[in-house]
Design a binder for this molecule. Sequence first.
Ligand SMILES: Nc1ncnc2c1ncn2[C@@H]1O[C@H](COP(=O)(O)OP(=O)(O)OP(=O)(O)O)[C@@H](O)[C@H]1O
Length: 825
Amino acid sequence: MSTNKRTLETITIDDSDEEAEPVAKKPPTSNYSAWAEIFNKKKAEKSKDAAVEKAKKDADNEARRQKLKDAFNERKRREQIVNGTVPAKKTPENPKKVPEKSKKLPEKEVSRKSKKSEDSPGPSSSHVDSQDSQDPSEFVANELAVGTGERLIRPQDIIDRRDKVFLEVFRHKKYRSRLQMQAINCILKRKCDVYVSLPTGAGKSLCYQLPAVVHGGVTIVVSPLIALMKDQVAALRKKGIPCETLNSTLTPVERQRILGELAKMNPTIRLLYITAEGCATDSMKALLGSLTRREVLRYIVVDEAHCVTQWGHDFRPDYLNLGALRDVCPDVPWVALTATANEKAQNDISSQLRLRNPEAFKAGTYRDNLYYDVQMRDHLPTAPENHMASFITKCLTIDQAKTTSNLTKNETKNEKSARTQAKKSFTGSAIVYCRSRSECEQIANVLRIAGIPAMAYHAGLPKKERNEVQEKWMSNEIPVVAATVAFGMGIDKPDVRAVVHWSPTQNLAGYYQEAGRAGRDGKRSYCRIYYAKADKNALNFLVSGELAKLKTKAEKKNAEGEKAAMQIKSIQVGLAKMLEYCESAKCRHVAIAEFFDDTDCRPCGSNCDFCRDPKATLQSAQAFANSQDSLGSVFRRPGTSRAESGFETVYGGGRRGGETEDELLSSNTSSKDAMERMEHEEAKRVRGLIDSEFAKRRRAAPAAPAVPRGSRRVEPATDVSVIKPEQAVIKNVTLESRENWVRYLLRALETNWIVSGPPAGTTMKQCAEQLEYGMYSISKNETTYKNKLGHKLAEIKTLTKKNQPFPYTNTAVEQNGFVKAANLA
Ligand SMILES: Nc1ncnc2c1ncn2[C@@H]1O[C@H](COP(=O)(O)OP(=O)(O)OP(=O)(O)O)[C@@H](O)[C@H]1O
């Protein structure tokens, strides 16, 4: 003890450097000198490490600075190209600008240049169009200033500028398709209106964005969603293209700034995104008139043009006002773009928008990198959630090198626990579309339990949280989002490897668009629907209110009545085709193509479940058809046929009155208000619908012989069964309702036991049946029976949320803690 004290007293601590270790000075003993030597050596090593660390940090910072500088310079350069302030290269193909007087080139020179540009590498010589599109004489020279610097004085300049903008602003190497290039060239010529119908992800936006930049001036783009516009504007700004959006979410100051810029003689804004509602206002008409008079209005573009037609799946009444703009700017060329319009819709779009002899560029819907399939939820070998989880795992290849495991030695013995605890690193991402917010939460939870990082995205989340989810998904931090339909609109993520619909959409066209968010990079991606009879009922039920409203309108013998009748037809056909797609066994690509009147599409061969394995697909469709009348007929009274029930005629689809969840989210009202309004409306609508459906049926049905409710007998279901169905000891509890409770319990257990599976020696179905019977056998009346089962269901769901397995005990043997004598083995 005393030695220690002495040693400590003799050490002088050098604390001049806060980060440095204490240094021993004047070592009094040889022991101490050895100790000090180690200390100093350590200090030297540490400072060396610190120097290396510092050098690394400096290098990183420098690299980051350089990257930012490069990005800034690159953006500046792109801006200069866009503004036409980059001096053109003095090459033989692009000679120095000629003075105004010699604008018109001699015939000979034009044709020589035309030949040259065909041969020139340009944006992919292999994709260079036929002579007509490259012929400079075809292009109408725009003699007004493009921006502040350059003036396009010759058609050849347009071609040069097109290639420069294509390569250096949009940074593409070659055109996505010949059609994309042809459409771009046609639009660039500004000689006629243009209609573009290309598949999802085909690059339609470039068809108008490139000409808009090349010609300078202002291009007006009408888009259906504020969120969509915001995304487009952000993406264009990143490329250095000045663009703005005028919508209801802007502050007065922002609005004023944009209007002030547009009022200038040469506005710098290249693309102005507006909503269809905004177009109809007098102030917008005045603005367009003023731009036209100043000759700076280049194009009017109608994106998602199917919104203009009642034949489309997403009709927006405001789009009908667009045609009136023709009177304000009669000579400006129009461009209409869509991925989802059939022949009827195309004709309607042309007439509604008053397109003048539009040149059409159309391609079928077929995308060979997308694999479509349908899985019948009620006929899967495993729990549907489990099935989906393993499907997603397969789609998103797991990067083994990056996968980390925090398991201990003992835990690795347990495979199930290993599955849940290894932190896998996935490549690519996926979306699971759900119908309700609770379904989103439930699916996200189930996926997490299965070891796939997933988050829910829906209107019920605060905006901040929604943004966070979106950002994490975009940056591949979380690979899967379980979302409502609002998610993904306007998002252009190239590596979405799977789009799963936990239940189908209300319309085949809508499905095509949502599924089209997969594989935008052209790589193999998967589009799957999980389908069950219950979905069919729910879809029919959901749209019947909308149809009922339209039917009242359709009774009127005027234009409004005609439009409503058209809409009813479109809704009915859309849903009928969606259900047909799910239920029939045929090439999925052909089914989609036929819906869009594309008769050229041949069976894909290997890009859908049917073409891969026709026999299995047929069997699955057959199994579904066979179970049609026995499954979950929640909304149909036993004894009535489907036609009698009225559901056969209430196929429907489309979003309600053009107001989507996304729009509600982006409106001025707070998202909570919007969300509540939406939920309230939906609940009211469904309640009203149920009442009216049942009232209708009560009126229509012949008076049935009075049968006490509790004793009513129906054919037992085939998907689930109940224990001792003949008992009927509780008044008003029918066999039907007991079966429904078994189904609810089964669904809840399937989700909860996705990882652990049912207790040894049992199946999930048996457990669900036992649980129901347990409650049935100890309840005195209908209310206690329902309460007990409700609590049990809630208990299972709560445990699922907490990622805890439900501890199953056979409730048939539980009664107030005692085992029933009858159940003792
Ligand atoms: N020539 C090209 N080369 C490479 N990528 C391209 C080309 N043209 C467009 N793209 C890219 O393809 C992606 C899809 O383009 P875009 O969003 O315009 O598709 P779209 O046809 O509008 O699809 P959707 O109808 O689904 O919205 C974008 O990331 C875009 O940058």
